[in-house]
Design a protein around this ligand. Structure first.
Ligand code: NAD
Length: 285
């Protein structure tokens, strides 16, 4: 069994991005800029935004966080997004999810300019991904594809079972795998007999949020497991959706949690923001 080390790869990517940021600054005096909208005080969201900001600092991006109170109005957030859409110092806009109940999330995501949509959640970019065209791809599944590539794991023709079908993780994960010529099954909470599906998988990609959902008897020998889940166990430790101790014995490759997909998500946010900055620099010429 070999670990798919997302921490090591994300460090390598950060070095590449830092280097490209320097070159971009020399070439056109542009500094990639990321704006984050954070609404409320959800501890996980606050922690993620801090991690993203630190990563931006490390690679030399300009970044700004719009910290907004839990009871903010829809109009106030919309105004901020429009302002950032029109701000030439901002290349990427990220709305940290989840949002409070009074906020219309879809409306906000659709308001972000598609060419600044570094999370890849705008329907324009979702459509481009679905049709196999270039655009912005959600960071977590994009990070998974980079990790597989790093370890020379070709998904072409492989039976890939995606567990979890959210817009952020499962659906774009399935689209990327399909675009890379994998045979893809998408499973979710209403899937009857999950084990029947996972037992047949060459690669299982699980992002659900249920501790120990994938157990030893649900996977075949030499399976590749990508554990996207992030859960807090009773002892306070971060764990994924896979019973790592027992399942890893049967795997050819598996991602650890933490240190697998998590760091790759942030690395892809940096890459997407750099991509947006480069395109915007071209437009300014
Ligand atoms: P979500 O709640 O939006 O979606 C969960 C999905 O899992 C749904 O499609 C649901 O049908 C499915 N599901 C729930 N229970 C199931 C079960 N028992 N069997 C099969 N399917 C089931 O969640 P999300 O935002 O997609 O996040 C999923 C997990 O991925 C969470 O643990 C989250 O913390 C993690 N996550 C990790 C990263 C990262 O960077 N590693 C990024 C985003 C999300």
């Amino acid at each position: 069994m070999e670990l798919l080390d997302g921490k090591a790869l994300s460090t390598k990517i950060e070095i590449q991005v830092t280097d490209e940021v320097k070159k971009l600054k020399e070439k056109c005096g542009c500094t990639p800029g990321l704006a984050v909208v954070l609404v409320g005080q959800d501890p996980a969201s606050t922690a993620y935004v801090k991690m993203k900001k630190k990563a931006c600092d490390r690679v030399g991006f300009y970044s700004i966080t719009h910290d907004m109170p839990e009871n903010i109005s829809q109009e106030a957030i919309e105004k901020t997004i429009i302002m950032m859409n029109n701000d030439s110092n901002i290349d990427g806009i990220l709305i940290q999810l989840p949002l409070p109940a009074q906020i219309d999330e879809t409306k906000l995501l659709e308001l972000v300019a598609p060419d600044k949509d570094v999370d890849g959640f705008h329907p324009f970019n979702v459509g481009r991904l679905a049709t196999g065209l270039d655009g912005f791809v959600p960071c977590t599944p994009l990070g998974v594809m980079e990790l597989l590539k790093e370890y020379d794991i070709d998904v072409k023709g492989k039976n890939c079972v995606v567990v979890g079908a959210s817009n952020i993780v499962g659906k774009p994960m399935a689209a990327l795998l399909l675009n890379a010529d994998a045979t893809v099954e998408i499973t979710h909470i209403f899937t009857d007999d999950l084990k029947k599906h996972t037992l047949n998988a060459d690669i299982i990609l699980v992002g659900v949020g249920v501790i120990n959902l994938i157990k030893e008897d649900m996977v075949k020998e030499n399976v590749i497991i990508i554990d996207i889940g992030i859960n807090r166990a009773d002892n306070g430790k971060l764990v994924g959706d896979v019973d790592f101790l027992n399942v890893s014995k049967k795997c050819s490759y598996i991602t650890p949690v933490p240190g697998g997909v998590g760091p790759m998500t942030i690395a892809m946010l940096l890459k997407n923001t750099l991509k947006a900055a480069k395109a915007n620099a071209e437009d300014k010429k």
